[in-house]
Design a protein around this ligand. Structure first.
Ligand code: PLP
Length: 463
């Protein structure tokens, strides 16, 4: 076999160009073969098609067509967030320009654990993290793989500052990764404060802080995963101040509102937090992964200092080589900052803000359609871009079956959330290209699926 081509180096672009044609053709053909937001037939059928296409995954002799075959199979079997009827999760359609930048990141392959593996990427990361930290009222920011890692780091930094007895107090609406991070770090069992209307109740928080021994880390949410609600941040910040508790705000979803002149005010109070989780693979239209943790007090970061002679020897650092090892718990680290930088600079504040405004508008329009429709019930008008709704006069089981039926048919991808003790369908609108017509089509599909005789495809099909 001839020597395989490399992506970097002077010949890299030359080697990549025909392969990119293959990839783009396979993406196009795969999406066409799928013909909807999700592959039809459910997990069993999708798995069988994938297995058939993939064949022997480690053959004795290589298959020159593997790139086309596997990209086609993955595209054909993808849930496509760029399809307007794919609206279940905080799973955004990535911007083409960000995805193109990510290709360059893969080709250059800088690793952000030492300067000698990433000279320019080091400086770009410094520039971009400082700029984004400033937006969130912080002084610095670390790049993470997403909200989960950001929340873990936030707890770790709080523990290192306040001591191992640190107790996490979060709302019943908080993301599951927060109590999990407390478990991972061996902290005392977290305390859950009620969120009766979907947001953390400041009076209940006050009571918890009064009765429980400290030190405390309070975690508030700006953009809940289920309903897209924002906790009353100024009131929570005031309660924390009164009790000397440290505040973390999980703005994995809502953080994107910072880009919008129209919606930024909803984040008033964010600046009071010691740490803020941001996640640009949600309201930032980045390919996964694009998380950040903004940190107000730069001294907090000394807790992450780490020494490994091959990466940050003292004499190298004294001689002026930047020390990157304390910027993450990871060692080898992708330059996720490149696609973020390209996006910020290409779109600017106005361009990004317009995307945010657009998806918030679409959510408002969808909620209005639901509200005006006698066959549907609306949970509430949206705060960000999540709309919870359910067919009226039916059971939770029937609603769960409607969601699975649409998934099985590959016709629409909706999420689910349990609030007020009832099950709701969830539309998380993150696609700025969705048109009002698409919203009407989505609602019509759900109406039709709810009217058909109850059948739950995955309960009835034997595997
Ligand atoms: C999505 C989300 C997370 C987790 O982020 P990942 O990027 O999936 O790790 C945490 N908190 C909230 C509020 C989220 O919406």
């Amino acid at each position: 076999m001839s020597t395989p081509s490399l992506a970097s180096g002077p010949q890299g672009p030359h080697a990549l160009r025909p392969l990119l044609d293959t990839v783009l053709d396979a993406l196009h053909e795969g999406a066409h073969a799928r013909g909807g937001p999700l592959p039809a037939g459910g997990p069993h059928a999708v798995a069988a098609r994938l297995r058939a296409a993939a064949g022997d995954i480690l053959p004795q002799h290589g298959d020159p067509d593997a790139l086309r075959t596997l990209v086609h199979a993955l595209a054909e079997g993808a849930a496509d967030p760029a399809d307007p009827l794919c609206a279940a999760h905080l799973h955004c359609p990535p911007l083409a320009v960000a995805t193109a930048a990510d290709l360059a990141a893969s080709a250059l392959n800088p690793s952000l654990d030492s300067w000698d593996q990433a000279p320019a990427a080091t400086e770009l990361e410094t520039l971009v993290t400082r700029a984004l930290a400033k937006e969130a009222g912080a002084s610095d920011a670390l790049v993470t793989t997403g909200g989960t890692e950001s929340n873990q780091l936030a707890l770790l930094l709080a523990r290192e500052t306040l001591g191992a007895g640190l107790r996490l107090i979060c709302g019943a609406n908080a993301h599951h990764s927060l109590p999990r991070a407390a478990w991972l770090l061996g902290l005392p069992d977290p305390v859950t404060v009620p969120a009766p209307t979907g947001t953390l109740d400041p009076a209940a928080l006050d009571e918890a802080l009064t009765t429980l021994p400290g030190p405390h880390l309070v975690a508030a949410t700006a953009g809940t995963t289920d309903a897209g609600l924002i906790d009353p941040l100024p009131e929570i910040a005031a309660v924390c101040r009164t009790h000397g508790a440290r505040l973390h705000i999980d703005a994995a979803y809502g953080g994107g509102l910072l880009f919008s002149d129209r919606h930024r005010d909803k984040l008033t109070g964010l600046h009071a937090a010691g740490t803020v989780t941001l996640d640009l693979h949600k309201l930032g239209w980045q390919p996964i992964a694009a998380g950040l943790l903004a940190v107000r007090d730069p001294h907090d970061l000394t807790a992450l200092h780490q020494h490994a002679d091959y990466l940050n020897a003292d004499d190298d650092t004294e001689a002026g080589l930047p020390d990157l090892l304390g910027r993450s718990l990871r060692t080898t680290r992708r330059p996720d900052i490149l696609k973020i930088a390209v996006t910020l600079k290409t779109l600017g504040r106005t361009g990004l803000g317009a995307l945010v405004d657009q998806v918030c508008d679409r959510a408002r329009q969808f909620a209005a359609l639901v509200e005006d429709h006698p066959a549907f019930e609306l949970y509430d008008r949206p705060t960000i871009s999540t709309v919870l709704f359910r067919p009226a006069h039916t059971t939770d089981d029937a609603i769960a079956a409607v969601r699975r039926k649409l998934l099985h048919q590959g016709r629409a991808v909706l999420g689910r959330a349990r609030l007020d003790g009832r099950l709701w369908l969830k539309a998380t609108l993150l696609n700025p290209c969705t048109r009002p017509d698409d919203l009407a089509a989505l609602l019509a599909l759900v109406e039709k699926a709810a009217e058909e005789p109850a059948e739950d495809p995955w309960k009835e099909t034997p595997r």
